[in-house]
Design a protein around this ligand. Structure first.
Ligand code: ADP
Length: 211
């Protein structure tokens, strides 16, 4: 868990290098549906562009489908799910949650970071004008195609996403502490994923083996 732009995707990638999890990012799955213009994508997009959460029923149905196709011995890294108490309640009937990692990143850091994030939409390559700028301004390094900004990374939408995170998602930390005895909850503070990750890794090593 973590506020939008707080580095969930970056930390997830680092976790996947060290641990054997199947990565499920509800944001990535939804964006793929939007790109492919599926029925689900059209519904989801109308919420995503406004910086709102997609309705619980839509994402829960998506998760049920993933569960149906899940191999028995596989552990999942859920990135961006659950985001509401309702999703957490429904999730508890599908999978047990062993660990909850919450990234607590200052909002100003997030606002600066998101407004500097540009993507090459067809490949999903992400650039940041702070730390990995494209070689040529506004062009993808590999294809030379133009970069774009995610609709929901535009400044007016970022603040809506942060409010929705504070109101709908952050309360999940207390929810898991109080209602899910078997879930280990840990909050990590900081501003840089490279500095935060070693602490996340040490924590995960208490519960999972590395690859
Ligand atoms: P971020 O954490 O930066 O918002 P994500 O890629 O995780 O990025 O999500 C992008 C958008 O997709 C969210 O703003 C929301 O509209 C939608 N979304 C993703 N996961 C969920 C979820 N579990 N419940 C509802 N909406 C979701």
């Amino acid at each position: 868990m973590g506020a939008p732009g707080g580095g969930k995707g970056t930390i997830s990638k680092k976790i996947l290098k060290d641990f054997k999890f199947n990565h499920i990012s509800t944001g990535d799955i939804l964006r793929k549906h939007v790109q492919d213009k599926t029925e689900l994508g059209l519904i989801a997009n109308s919420y995503m562009v406004k910086g709102a959460l997609v309705p619980d029923t839509v994402v829960i149905d998506m998760l049920r489908l993933i569960h149906k196709n899940k191999k028995n011995d596989e552990s999942l890294l859920l990135d961006g799910f659950p985001r509401t108490i309702e999703q957490a309640k429904q999730l508890s009937t599908i999978f047990p949650i062993d660990c909850l990692i919450s990234l607590d990143i200052p909002h100003q850091t997030i606002i600066d970071r998101l407004s500097n994030r540009w993507i090459h939409a067809p490949s999903g390559r992400i650039y940041s004008y702070d730390y990995n700028p494209p070689k040529i301004h506004n062009k993808d390094d590999i294809t030379g195609e133009p970069l774009s900004q995610r609709d929901d990374d535009k400044p007016e939408t970022i603040s809506k996403r942060l409010v929705s995170y504070e109101q709908m998602t952050k309360p999940l930390i207390e929810y898991y502490r109080n209602h899910s005895k078997n879930t280990h909850v840990e909050v990590f503070q900081g501003t840089e994923s490279d500095v935060i990750y070693p602490n996340v890794k040490n924590y995960l090593l208490k519960h999972f083996k590395t690859k």
